[in-house]
Design a protein around this ligand. Structure first.
Ligand SMILES: NC(=O)c1ccc[n+]([C@@H]2O[C@H](COP(=O)([O-])OP(=O)(O)OC[C@H]3O[C@@H](n4cnc5c(N)ncnc54)[C@H](OP(=O)(O)O)[C@@H]3O)[C@@H](O)[C@H]2O)c1
Length: 260
């Protein structure tokens, strides 16, 4: 039996893991297919950093819709939601992937209120605003689905977190990765999504967190251990197998649980 096509939205889809997700999701062999529509969001669709995404969208005109969205700007998220809403049918939006984030390198000694606020705004308030603005469409997807329980095919918000947000593991990695604003913001993201998982359970919207591994992207750097292809392959496989048992969990790209 073939599965019902799903609608997906990815933030920060113009480079790194976001772009790789778009690439793999339009491949009909990948998990989580078929797609009815993939909203690939980025803050500057006409700029040089979106060229690869534009080229991909040209090859998959019927599926990929590029949407302007700056996740650090609430009014931009609102406008994107209005645009997406006008393109969506009554079946709503099945899957939102909060991927966009920034990483500031600074320590307890030299972080400033400005660097802390900047990472917090993009990495926490951004995903919160995305959830709020797209909630009506996620609720519509859950309501219109005939599937029991929870899944990424029905209605879900998957959030890219990191092992660096783990309070329990900080003493093992802080000296090599002294990224205070990023770590604090990702620990806060973990709490945000834990709360969302409890609050949105009644709507049957799955809310979960994934650590992609240490990946060779602009953020991860050239010395990271895996490439984006391997990371995204792993994450898509996990997303495809998620059920209500995964509501509020933090897993890595291999499906291993990460301590808070
Ligand atoms: N790479 C790793 O090793 C690693 C490890 C753990 C977790 N992660 C997480 O995985 C996710 C993706 O990371 P990545 O490695 O792909 O990072 P990346 O290569 O730095 O890409 C970040 C993406 O986020 C976008 N972005 C940043 N601020 C934005 C904003 N205000 N509005 C819209 N888009 C914005 C960027 O768009 P622009 O081109 O416009 O800047 C870019 O598309 C992040 O959540 C990150 O925390 C990554």
């Amino acid at each position: 039996m073939s599965s019902k096509p799903i609608s997906v939205l990815i933030t920060g889809a113009n480079r790194g893991l976001g772009l790789e997700m778009v690439k793999q999701m339009v491949d009909t062999q990948s998990p989580l297919t078929p797609l009815s529509v993939l909203f690939a969001c980025c803050r500057d669709p006409d700029g040089p950093r979106a060229e690869a995404l534009q080229a991909l969208a040209k090859m998959h005109k019927d599926t990929i819709k590029i949407i302007r969205m700056d996740t650090a700007d609430r009014s931009s998220i609102k406008q994107s939601a209005e645009q997406v809403g006008s393109l969506l049918g009554e079946n709503g939006l099945n899957l939102v992937i909060n991927n966009a984030a920034i990483l500031t390198h600074s320590t307890v000694a030299d972080s400033t209120p400005e660097t802390m606020a900047k990472d917090f705004n993009t990495n926490v308030i951004g995903p919160m605003s995305v959830i709020q603005e797209f909630l009506p469409y996620l609720r519509a997807a859950a309501k219109n689905s005939a599937e029991p329980g929870m899944s990424c095919r029905k209605a879900a918000v998957v959030n890219l977190s990191t092992i660096l947000g783990s309070i329990e593991l900080t003493s093992q990695s802080y000296e090599n990765f002294s990224t205070l604003p990023y770590r604090v913001s990702k620990a806060a993201l973990n709490m945000l999504i834990t709360c969302a998982a409890v609050e949105l359970k009644k709507d049957e919207i799955l809310c979960t967190l994934l650590h992609p591994g240490w990946v060779r992207t602009d953020m991860g750097g050239a010395n990271a251990s895996i490439d984006a292809q391997e990371s995204v392959q792993g994450m898509l496989k996990i997303m495809n197998s998620m059920t209500e048992k995964h509501n509020g969990v933090l897993l890595d790209y291999k499906g291993q649980s990460i301590p808070w």
